[in-house]
Write a protein that binds this ligand. Structure first.
Ligand SMILES: Nc1ncnc2c1ncn2[C@@H]1O[C@H](COP(=O)(O)OP(=O)(O)O)[C@@H](O)[C@H]1O
Ligand SMILES: [Mg+2]
Length: 496
């Protein structure tokens, strides 16, 4: 007999529907899966067999052929176990699966029949809606996440034994309740950063305008500490953004089914490969920049990253998305993130000005080459960080994140009004930058800086964007002299 169910498989971060057809017929006992299964799907045979038997159903001792369609789509991971086991029992006549018409099933089966969570449940529920399914049955642990998809019924089950309800003609499962996204409470707070007024200002400007930030200074000065506190001063994700970020995290197996309105913060180790950073490999996987979408990508010890990895970042940084090529066609993944980087001034970290620095000029120069590359050229804010003083460290805690975030949110509202959409000043188009209102005094200041430092066109635009953000933080309509002066301070003086 023949029976069919539907399930989903992940293709990058997108879910694709899979039709699972099972044929059970007379012959020597055998169980075959065809239709581009990966290793995990081939192993489904063993999981399905054990789960079926251990849940008290009869496993057909006949010839079983399972066909996964579309045949040219690679089926990855164990998410189709549940649909496979269900179609199998439908085909053997053990269960009548007619009530499941229009339903899709996803879930990995444990040997005892428990239904384990899968990656990408949110994307799968959304895809079920897009392909006009009546509903989708997911593992209990994925329920709160999958139920965030609106316009589709999501049911959850915990164990394969629940399929026995089909004998009464009932679809198994309980209605899933959507998870309210977690807030920003509990994130590391900027109050922990003592002293470092200059760095604080830079962090606030970076958060407000979405500007890239490079911190250069000796070890132990608070660079990493400050970077890790950025998510707590950034505006929380809103509406569709929450889903967008949750979808990516879930597809990549992060977040434990927790959905959050905190912006992602990714800090890949400096040994990361170009593919690990921007995505790719075989089969292609989303990279750190996609995981950092709408959040922060922090490159600590920037000079230790490989050249190819840093080079690979350049394009997606400008485009806000990355295209990875695969055996069949290409896939474009989102990657709108704020780049934050930290570096020591030289290999020993003390900097040339420190008499204890023993770095040879050659090694220091080679080290700094990473700081003068095209990537850093695209970072709007460069801040020199010094060791905090003993007084600062012993002094009172700094201003807390929620106060800073309030200013950031107000500044972003002003940007949205001016730019007309959700973009930040860092993303303003050159034509929009030209149209920024600048007072005569501020323009004079910029012209002077331009003359004495021979700024490039890009550096010029960068200063204007940062100045616009400083003015937005101050609630000023036009960029004034003090805003321009603040922006000029954050040019790359420590590198050149
Ligand atoms: N400005 C500061 N305020 C409070 N603690 C600091 C500060 N700078 C450094 N520290 C302490 O030193 C530790 C190391 O700082 P870290 O941010 O890792 O330095 P860096 O990244 O600059 O090498 C921090 O975890 C913190 O305990
Ligand atoms: Mg550090």
């Amino acid at each position: 007999m023949l029976a069919e169910t539907t399930s989903f498989t992940l293709d990058g971060i997108a879910a694709r529907m899979v039709r699972v057809e099972v044929d059970v017929h007379r012959g020597l006992p055998n169980f075959q899966i065809v239709g581009l299964p990966d290793a995990a799907v081939r192993e489904a045979r063993e999981r399905v067999r054990a789960a079926v038997v251990n849940c008290g159903f009869e496993f057909p001792l006949q010839r079983i052929t399972a066909s996964l369609a579309p045949a040219d789509l690679r089926k990855a991971g164990p998410a189709i176990d549940l649909a496979l086991a269900t179609a199998l029992l439908g085909a053997s006549g053990e269960l009548t699966i007619a009530p499941l018409a229009g339903w899709s099933l996803v879930g990995e089966l444990a040997l005892d029949g428990s239904v384990r969570p899968v990656r990408g449940a949110l994307a799968m529920a959304e895809e079920a809606r897009e392909s006009g399914r009546r509903g989708v049955i997911v593992p209990a642990a994925n329920g709160p996440e999958a139920a965030l998809a609106e316009g589709i019924t999501v049911l959850t089950i915990e164990n394969f034994t629940e399929l026995a309800s089909l004998r009464e003609g009932e679809v198994p499962g309980r209605v899933a309740v959507p998870a309210p996204p977690a807030g920003l409470e509990g994130l590391p707070d900027l109050a922990d950063l003592r002293g470092q007024a200059h760095l604080r200002t830079a962090v606030e400007i970076a958060a407000a305008g979405g500007h890239g930030l490079l911190m250069i200074g000796p070890p132990g000065a608070g660079k990493s500490l400050a970077a890790r506190r950025l998510p707590s001063v950034l505006p929380p994700l809103a509406g569709e953004e929450v889903l967008e970020v949750a979808r990516i995290a879930s597809a990549c197996g992060l977040g434990n089914g927790q959905v959050s309105s905190a912006r992602p913060f990714r800090a890949p180790h400096h040994t990361v490969s170009a593919a690990g950073l921007v995505g790719g490999g075989s089969p292609p996987r989303p990279g750190e920049i996609t995981l950092a979408h709408r959040g922060v990508l922090f490159l600590d010890e920037l000079c230790e990253f490989s050249r190819p990895a840093l080079e690979a970042l350049r394009e997606p940084l400008e485009a806000g998305s990355v295209t990875i090529s695969r055996a069949k066609g290409r896939q474009t993944l989102p990657s709108r993130f704020t780049l934050v980087a930290a570096a020591n001034p030289c290999p020993c970290g003390r900097g040339e000005d420190d008499p204890r620095c023993r770095c040879s000029e050659v090694s220091a120069r080679r080290y700094r080459a990473a700081l003068s590359g095209a990537l850093v050229d695209r970072i709007d804010l460069v801040v020199a960080v010094n060791q905090p003083s003993a007084e600062a460290l012993a002094g009172p805690a700094g201003e807390g994140s929620s106060a800073v975030r309030e200013r950031v949110v107000l500044a972003r509202e002003r940007m949205a009004e001016r730019l007309g959409d959700g973009r930040t000043n860092a993303e303003a188009e050159p034509q929009e930058v030209v149209d920024f209102e600048v007072t005569a005094a501020a323009a004079g200041l910029l012209a002077k800086a331009h003359r004495s430092w021979q700024l490039s066109g890009r550096a010029h635009g960068r200063i204007l964007r940062v100045a616009r953000t400083v003015a937005d933080l101050a609630g000023a309509t036009a960029i004034g002299e003090e805003h321009m002066a603040a922006a000029i301070q954050f040019r790359r003086r420590s590198v050149e």
